[in-house]
Design a protein around this ligand. Structure first.
Ligand code: ATP
Length: 746
């Protein structure tokens, strides 16, 4: 990488666009005091991103802008553009030429432009750090600042050395890693906070889920019990229904038949009550009585007629034979009495006896009448009458006997009928008693059917309830196989035949399970499970995030550790190398003596003793206070002098020591360019020569831009620029020959 040019527009005294080309290894800028040479050196600081206005002799950004003069108006902005040849790609950009431009406006705003594109200062810094152009500007030594490295603190010194050793890139990386680490830690705290926030809710949900799982177990248990119960119950009601139906069939038939039979029997008995036979008998008996009375009357008539006839005959005949009337009467009376007695007892005999009575009475009447003679009718008339009467009597007798016969027949029929009725009544009674017996049986069966009906509706209800508890699983009961304790499947008959108390026990167990389930009282378990899952996933996500963060934290720590170690190693190696060069340059400058840099590690307490890692215990420690701070100390020892402290050096000696150190640093890790603004101001002639030799050496590895009044220094430059300032206060650039330059040289 090579510095090609720098262009100043409106920067400080460079009111007009001014370009300096750096075609030589050493470019010398010469000119009278106050012409604007240092402004050129500062333009380098400016364009490279210097933030300290003080280091550019200003208080604010505006001070960098051409402020105007009576003849030239002030500028609105100042810009400086630096152009590098990047053919070697020392700058990590795929361009042969890289231009870096910084613009400052009057409002103090800054703009950085890299190859025409606006970029951040940080981008410029990082880019330059790769090329060993660090922000500590160790490669730009301003006027009067040659001994800055001597007067700075160990820590500042360390920073300059780190920069000079090209460790800035590592520092950037470490800083970046540190920031990332901080961010990571912040993220971790945030994630941990979120997890902590989530934890009680998750814990609560986990306990809910445990409960849900427990109640799920209960539900499974319930489902198994329910399935067996329902299967058994359904079989029981079905078998029981079939049994009752079968049991009912026979008694129902019998009952129905009996019912019909009873109706029939009742009807026939009812019909018999309406007794035609009896009334007929009454009529017949009436007829018989009438016939008997008629026959009696006819008999008596006939007897009277016959008596009359007899009397008529007696009148003509003597009555030969007679029976004392008293005896006959007595006889007849007895016969009559006995027969009447007989009449009272024997129904059947009555007719005959009646006839006997008639005869007896007739006899009695005749013998009574025979005693009297009653003149009247003629014999013929009597005979005719007698025949007539006898005829009539025969007829009446026949009539009577017919009636008697009829009565006897009717009576017999009536007797037969009575027997039949009694039989029917008996049958009716037995039918009725059987019927009530059957009704008892049927009532019992009905009661059982009612119980069964209740059991059936209870089963239906239980199915509904089971559905509410175990869901669609309830339908599985149909295919559930009921097994015995030994595992053998049970037949329907065996199932239905089991004592009901066992099924009742099962139901009680189910009820208890249901109560336990209800007591577990988890509302919407689906929602809870979902929320738990989501919360768990969120927690797991956070845990993973945390692990990732932890991993990246570890990586960052490792990276920082690595960088720190690399830095430490490179730094101490670098310091060692610098020390060698430092000592060489020092000896060269002073013609002897020693100079060394010492690493000082931070010490927690002054009482802990001396700083460690001192390379040379004989060397004077610069400052007791500072020695406690981590950084780099400078120890020197002048030849032939007992001076061992930096503060005891003369101005020239300080300048020589600084130059020795700056050159040592540049030698070890050469910067692309080095700007030395009157670094040689304090040197006498002999040292000026040595200084000239040294810059010639340095120029082999770095481009040098030296602002000088020293002719020796000028003589080493390939290009000489003269800066002048006219009455307009504007710095002007001109190429000058060495001879012309000498005019302004001391
Ligand atoms: P010396 O040899 O004495 O060190 P020099 O050549 O280094 O001098 P500079 O210090 O670079 O001179 O220039 C200082 C000059 O620049 C002063 O005259 C000052 O007025 C001028 N100057 C500084 N800032 C501005 C500005 N913003 N606008 C105009 N002129 C400025």
């Amino acid at each position: 990488m090579r510095l090609k040019s720098i262009e100043l527009s409106g920067f400080k005294s460079f009111a007009k666009k001014t370009e300096l080309q750096f075609a030589s290894a050493i470019t010398s800028i010469v000119g009278p005091n106050g012409s604007g040479k240092s402004n050129v050196a500062e333009s380098f600081r400016f364009v490279l991103g210097e933030q300290s206005m003080k280091s550019m002799r200003g208080r604010r950004g505006e001070d960098m802008i051409w402020n105007g003069s009576p003849s030239v108006t002030r500028a609105g902005r100042a810009s400086v553009k630096l152009v590098f040849d990047n053919s070697d790609r020392a700058l990590n950009l795929d361009f042969d030429e890289v231009s870096i431009e910084r613009v400052v406006n009057r409002d103090g705003s800054n703009e950085y432009v890299l190859n025409g594109s606006t970029v951040r200062l940080r981008d410029i810094n990082e880019l330059l750090a790769q090329a060993n152009i660090g922000s500590s500007s160790h490669h730009i030594i301003s006027q009067g600042e040659a001994d800055r490295i001597l007067s700075s603190t160990p820590r500042e010194r360390r920073e300059m050395l780190e920069d000079a050793l090209g460790l800035t890139a590592y520092l950037y990386k470490r800083e970046e890693a540190g920031k990332k680490l901080e961010k990571t830690a912040e993220n971790m705290r945030e994630v941990e906070g979120l997890r902590r926030e989530l934890a009680p809710h998750l814990k609560f949900l986990q306990s809910q889920v445990r409960k849900i799982e427990e109640s799920q177990k209960l539900r499974d248990d319930l489902a198994q019990k329910y399935l067996e119960y329902l299967k058994r119950e359904s079989i029981y009601v079905r078998v029981r229904e079939e049994m009752l139906r079968a049991e009912r069939q026979t008694p129902e038939h019998e009952h129905r038949d009996l019912q019909n039979r009873i109706v029939t029997l009742r009807a026939s008995l009812e019909a018999k009550k309406d007794d035609v036979g009896a009334s007929k008998l009454v009529h017949l008996e009436e007829d018989a009585r009438r016939a008997s009375t008629r026959r009696d009357a006819l008999g008596r008539e006939l007897g009277r007629i016959e008596g009359e006839l007899l009397a008529a005959e007696r009148l003509s005949h003597v009555v030969k034979e007679t029976v004392p009337a008293s005896q006959a009467r007595e006889f007849a009376q007895k016969v009559e009495e006995e027969l009447e007695e007989a009449m009272r007892t024997e129904v059947d005999m009555r007719q005959r006896v009646a006839a006997l009575i008639v005869l007896a009475k007739d006899f009695l009447r005749r013998i009574t009448e025979g005693d009297q003679s009653e003149p009247g009718h003629s014999k013929d008339e009597l005979l005719a009458r007698k025949v007539q009467l006898e005829d009539e009597l025969t007829k009446v007798a026949e009539e009577e006997s017919r009636i008697t016969e009829e009565i006897a027949t009717l009576r017999r029929a009536l007797e037969g009928e009575k027997d039949a009725s009694r039989e029917a009544e008996r049958e009716l009674f037995s039918a009725m008693s059987r019927r009530s017996e059957l009704e008892g049986i049927l009532a019992r069966l009905r009661a059982q059917a009612e119980i069964l009906e209740r059991e059936q509706s209870a089963l239906k209800q239980e199915l509904g309830e089971a559905g509410a508890f175990i869901g669609r699983l309830v339908y599985d009961y149909e295919t559930f196989e009921v097994k015995s304790a030994s595992g053998a499947p049970l037949s329907d008959a065996e199932i239905a035949g089991e004592p009901r108390t066992q099924q009742e026990d099962r139901r009680k167990k189910i009820e208890r399970l249901k109560i336990r389930l209800e007591e577990s009282g988890l509302g919407n378990s689906h929602e809870i499970l979902k929320e738990h899952q989501e919360t768990l996933e969120r927690d797991e996500f956070l845990a993973r995030e945390l692990t990732d963060l932890e991993t990246s934290r570890e990586h960052l720590l490792a990276l920082i550790d690595d960088l720190t170690k690399t830095l430490a190693t490179r730094f101490s190696e670098g310091i060692e190398k610098i020390n060698i060069e430092f000592n060489n340059f020092f000896m060269l400058m002073f013609g002897g003596g020693t100079a060394a840099l010492t690493l000082v590690e931070a010490k927690p307490s002054r009482r802990d003793g001396r700083p460690t890692n001192l390379q040379n215990e004989d060397l004077f420690r610069e400052d007791d206070e500072e020695s406690q701070e981590e950084g780099v100390e400078i120890s020197i020892s002048l030849p032939h002098k007992r001076v061992k402290g930096l503060h005891m050096l003369s101005g020239g000696e300080r300048a020589l020591t600084s130059i020795a150190l700056i050159f040592a640093m540049s030698q070890v890790n050469p910067p692309p360019f080095l700007i030395l603004d009157e670094t040689d101001a304090a040197l006498d002639e002999a040292n000026s020569r040595r200084y000239g030799d040294m810059i010639a050496t340095l120029a082999k590895r770095s481009q040098l831009i030296v602002i000088t009044h020293n002719r020796e220094t000028m003589s080493r430059a390939g290009i000489l620029y003269g800066i002048t300032m006219g009455s307009d206060g504007v710095s002007k650039l001109l190429s000058v020959r060495f001879e012309d330059a000498l005019a302004v040289a001391k």
